[in-house]
Write a protein that binds this ligand. Structure first.
Ligand SMILES: [Zn+2]
Length: 328
């Protein structure tokens, strides 16, 4: 672009020849751009997001090399080697959602281009303050980032400006009791106890609703909970916990990937725990034992189906499944 403009000007002014020779000289010092095609769209997005925030980045001065690395290294998905040379772990890459691919490339460019270091503090709700979170990650925290919707916007703002204020969504924690009983219109209820279940229900797209049930991890050895929004793993959500108080809120690659991974939550008790998934407008809210745990964005498409979801070993117990429509 710049060179086209320069070529245009040279026909009009001899003086520009001097500037052009200056540029030509600069061109000889320019870095080489060598980006594996799989990474190009994410580099383009980085340039675009930078421009939207008033930063002009084109890598013509520094060069940029992004390539796959074949060595298996589970510790890091990518690394900036300095001199704008990024290596991405191939096996790790293939398993990522589109959003997480972007997040990984943006993180590495955060090191290489923005001179960012790792930032490992958290927001008021416990989620990471920055896409630049990284090793060493404190033992009680997980590297998981929900990099979608309004969260993604914040993380990109923060990437380019570390002084970005705490976003509203990081303090959003509506109380369980915000919904009054009179608003609940029961559309399904069973008081039996079972080891697995699957339930479809019908509501209009704009209707708010609530799915509640009690889960006892019982003889199950690992995680237990529910899957919601579809029977295909990659297009559904999961809310599960373990006997050690680990809570995982996950979605498939067609959605947001893993969104939240909490260790040692005091909310989880032995015996039955009450799970609540509530749709309120464009947000899903997750409660455990009536404590707010997390919110995430309602996707454009999902099925109204909820089912048991558990590790293979052992049988948990489910009881008191209820589905309510929530009226205004
Ligand atoms: Zn890093």
């Amino acid at each position: 672009m710049i060179f086209e403009q320069v070529q245009h000007f040279i026909f009009r002014s001899f003086l520009i020849v001097i500037i052009l020779s200056g540029l030509t000289c600069q061109k000889e010092q320019m870095g080489t751009i060598d980006i594996h095609p799989k990474f190009q769209i994410y580099v383009d997005r980085f340039v675009q997001e930078a421009a939207q925030r008033g930063h002009l980045i084109d890598f013509s001065d520094t060069g940029l090399k992004i390539e796959f690395r074949n060595a298996v290294d589970v510790e890091t998905g990518g690394v900036c080697r300095g001199n704008h040379h990024i290596e991405i772990e191939k096996f790790y890459w293939e398993d990522l959602t589109d959003a997480d691919k972007e997040g990984l490339i943006f993180h590495e460019l955060g090191h290489c281009e923005l001179n960012r270091r790792h930032r490992n503090d958290t927001l008021p709700n416990g989620e990471w303050s920055s896409r630049m979170r990284g090793s060493p990650i404190p033992e009680e925290l997980s590297a998981v980032i929900n990099y979608s919707g309004v969260r993604r916007e914040y993380y990109i703002d923060e990437l380019f400006d570390e002084a970005t204020p705490v976003p509203d969504w990081a303090t959003y924690a509506p109380a369980y009791g915000e919904i009054a009983n009179r608003q609940r219109e029961q559309i399904f209820f069973t008081d039996s106890t079972f080891t697995n279940f699957r339930k479809n229900f019908i509501l209009d797209k704009e209707d708010d609703f609530e799915i509640e049930l009690e889960v006892d991890i019982y003889q199950s050895l690992s995680y237990v909970g529910i899957q919601f929004g579809g029977s295909i793993f990659e297009s559904s959500f999961r809310i599960v916990y373990t006997g050690y108080g680990k809570i995982i809120i996950d979605s498939g690659k067609n959605l947001y990937g893993t969104m939240r991974d909490i260790s040692n939550s005091p909310v989880i008790k032995s015996g039955f725990n009450k799970l609540t998934l509530r749709k309120e407008g464009d947000r899903f809210l997750v409660y455990i034992n009536e404590q707010f745990i997390y919110w995430y964005e309602v996707p454009e498409f999902y099925s109204r189906v909820v089912e048991s979801f558990k590790s293979r070993e052992g049988d948990p117990q489910y009881r008191n499944l209820v589905i309510n429509k929530i009226n205004p």
